[in-house]
Ligand binder design. Structure first.
Ligand SMILES: [Zn+2]
Length: 423
């Protein structure tokens, strides 16, 4: 049976390539969310012709959703002849801007040296195309299979997934009993299984001061100097402490196998818009810092927050006139699917069959749509597995290997066989 699936996929290489090219030609750049509807309709039309029931769901009222840029998602479902489990392949159709440095047209779908080039080839339209071919071939070869297969093309993953997977999950599209197993073909390399991701806490910290003439700063109170005191404390205490927090999570790259903090942006005092004139002399009465803290399964979000607020409270006690405000911008809890979960074992079998070795199990340093499937949909049998090379995501001259897509499609087909046919 498996051999038949592999042969059928080998017979579809040209189709897999042209499908990827077609998807790249929709410039689904986010922001602003360009060409979502035609791209979703292209996927929907194709799958409808293969017997899938197709639904379009607009993320009404979600960030960025307007009539000019509707957040159009597509969900296609193929019902098997008998009752059984449902396997869902979820791919985001949005891509980041092309940026500078390309040697080919980023939206032409150029094929060269066994690769398809273009923005979104690796992250993650190549993975979407592989999952479509895998599902179509599986259905053809197993017309009597039990259960159902779903394929979704969702929006806005790159900007948090609120108009895409989060919206759909809130409407029940990613919950039992509708869905049992989820594979997200994000580019984590064809022989690796991504079990989840670290947590995120974004916050904005404001230090407060008092405006005065810049020639007499002693009459005011500089919010920037207060922020400097906070940054000093971060350097002396917080960064060293975070470096020491190691995790059992197999995060790649290894540098991310600990807690991290990025100072995302900082601004204090007058706006920088004085150009081309000159600034006026003022003491800064406010300074704002946005922090991006990535945390581990071993950490509790309330402790993560407390590490920062304890430093702020101590400064407020010890440093004259220090005052601050802090507000949460985003919270995502870390998630890690168990290694013996059904979808993990099924994909591992596929990797064993194709590459003749155990998969590498990894955790992503950043988050992706798995967070919404776990937190809102309560489905924990979920992984990321796809053909792209992780390091190429968001880069100029992004590409996906055609052979990588073929091999990944075979792995996905084995997983379907295992999850839906039980062998
Ligand atoms: Zn992605």
């Amino acid at each position: 049976m498996i051999e038949m699936l592999f042969r059928a996929i080998d017979g579809r290489v040209d189709e897999l390539t042209s499908l990827t090219q077609d998807l790249i030609r929709f410039p689904t750049v986010n922001p602003p969310g360009e060409a979502y509807t035609p791209c979703a309709e292209y996927i929907g039309e194709r799958l409808k012709a293969k017997g899938f029931a197709v639904e379009y769901v607009r993320g009404e009222g979600t960030p960025g959703d307007t009539d000019r840029y509707p957040r159009t998602n597509v969900i296609a479902r193929y019902e098997g002849k008998r009752r059984g489990k449902t396997v869902h392949f979820n791919s985001h159709i949005d891509v980041v801007e092309a940026g500078e440095g390309w040697t080919v047209d980023p939206f032409e779908g150029v094929v060269k040296d066994g690769r398809v080039y273009g923005r979104g080839t690796c992250d993650m339209k190549g993975g979407l195309a592989a999952s479509i071919i895998a599902a179509e071939v599986f259905i053809e070869q197993n017309p009597d299979f039990a259960g159902a297969i779903e394929i979704s093309g969702t929006v806005d993953e790159e900007s948090g997934g609120f108009g895409g997977v989060a919206y759909l999950a809130s409407k029940g599209y990613f919950s039992a009993p509708r869905v049992d197993h989820v594979i997200i073909p994000e580019p984590l390399n064809k022989d690796r299984i991504c079990l989840g991701h670290r947590g995120v806490w974004w916050a904005e910290i404001q230090t407060k001061g008092k405006i005065a003439h810049g020639s007499m700063p002693f009459l005011g109170d500089s919010a920037i100097r207060h922020m400097g005191a906070l940054l000093d404390a971060f350097e002396e205490e917080l960064f060293p402490a975070l470096d020491k927090k190691q995790t059992v999570m197999p995060v790649v790259p290894e540098g991310a196998r600990r807690s991290t903090l990025n100072l995302n942006s900082i601004h204090g005092g007058q706006t920088e818009d004085f150009r081309p004139g000159l600034p006026s002399p003022n003491v800064a009465d406010a300074c704002r810092l946005v922090i991006d803290r990535r945390f581990l399964l071993e950490e509790d979000l309330s402790d993560v927050k407390r590490e920062v607020t304890e430093i702020l409270d101590r400064l407020k006690r010890d440093r004259p006139r220090f005052d601050y405000a802090i507000r949460d911008l985003m919270e995502v809890h870390p998630t890690m699917t168990e290694r013996d979960a059904p979808v993990v074992k099924a994909v591992a079998e596929g990797i064993q069959a194709i590459f003749d070795r155990e998969p590498q199990y990894v955790i992503s340093p950043g988050t992706y749509d798995q967070k919404h499937i776990a937190r809102i949909g309560h489905i924990h049998d979920c992984i990321a597995y796809g053909p792209g090379v992780l390091d190429l995501a968001h880069q100029p001259d992004e590409w996906v290997g055609i052979e990588d897509m073929v091999q990944s499609a075979k792995v996905m087909a084995v997983a379907l066989e295992r999850l839906l046919q039980g062998h």
